[in-house]
Design a protein around this ligand. Sequence first.
Ligand code: CTP
Length: 418
Amino acid sequence: MSEKKKVLLGVTGCIAAYKACEVLRLLQKADVDVKVVMTPSGAEFVTATTFRALSQHEVAIEPIAEYNSPIHHISLAQEPDVFLIAPATANTINKLAAGIADNLLTTTALATEAPIIIAPAMNVHMWRDPSTQAALDILRARGMEIIAPEVGYLACGDIGEGKLATVEEIAERTLAELRRCRDLEGQKMLVTAGPTREFLDPVRFISSPSSGLTGYLIAGEAARRGAEVHMVSGPVELPDPFDVNVIRVTSAQEMYEAVNQVYDEKQPEVAIFTAAVADFRPASKAEQKLKKGADLPGSAAQGIADEEATDESNIAPAYTLDLIPNPDILFSIAQRKGSCYVVGFAAESENIIENGFAKLNAKGADMIVANDISDPEIGFATEYNRWQLLSESGAEDTGTLSKRTLAGILLDRIANRQ
Ligand code: CTP
């Protein structure tokens, strides 16, 4: 029998706190193991005794100093498949957006890798306050799911938005997130990420500004959803995602060899190529640092025009660098992919969809994720992007979303592929 899914239910101080008991029961009915963490003011509304009796677990309220305690914030953070905060007050929402960790619930939210769902409940004016709305925007951008409150008669006597969503809706959306949780279990996945570096000499290279973030988010999210993930990464400044086997390489040639080796050894069901691979490399790499003005190996020295080279400018002679093509890593796998589902990325600056479909055919991939690199608000070195998912079944425009959310959407499509 498979292990029960685990939800950590966070209860904050608000009149709707009693509804958390019903949410807990609905989740239990769906065979979910629920633990409760409360803010101290949450415990003023419904006692820990109630939640202890319902959940059959100790209820976490105050931080515990012993690190081996099962209700220490790190163990609380690591255990759940989903962290649901219902009801969430304006105070807690604003704290979460600012990364404040001043009680066990907010500390756990900061420490957890689990997806976080937030069901706000508050007075209508607190809901409409720009700081609350800005905080919700921040949390959404970080990939948290917000279950919008309803319009209704509020505890304070006002009528407006702020009423906790129905317990059925909260339970249903939590169960939907749990279903996504291990949906890639049993699948092996190969991911390439980051830029490559093509050295001309020991200190100079050709590369791209890719941060590697997209590949790292996809790899981390796939591992969280149960896949066995092997990631071949170029040089980036990101920590290894949890539970992902990371193979670090530098050049395109090294990435090509590592990818083909992993592919042969692991025979993955899915291969996702996010790396910004340099299409060319210098024809040769100098053993020693190249000196300006010296004869340059692998290059044709050309004198700079006399009128440009003055004594004052001290300009070195121009030279031409010979470049030779690198192997196309995606293509090399797509040609022998069998039933492996191959996803490539295409950075386009014009005719995105048309060029993307052309790449889908030329590469022999199952899906191309095309994005527009001409928009400075999205893409390289930003948190956001907008993707066109192109496949045999057509084009899907994701709209502009955080890269974390996009990683989840891509994996949804892969998990549900025919
Ligand atoms: N790719 C690869 N190996 C290469 C080059 C690209 O695996 N040597 C992969 C990338 O990881 C990406 C896709 O192929 O998934 C991009 O294809 P490519 O044709 O190189 O796209 P662009 O770099 O956008 O090329 P072009 O300049 O031709 O548009």
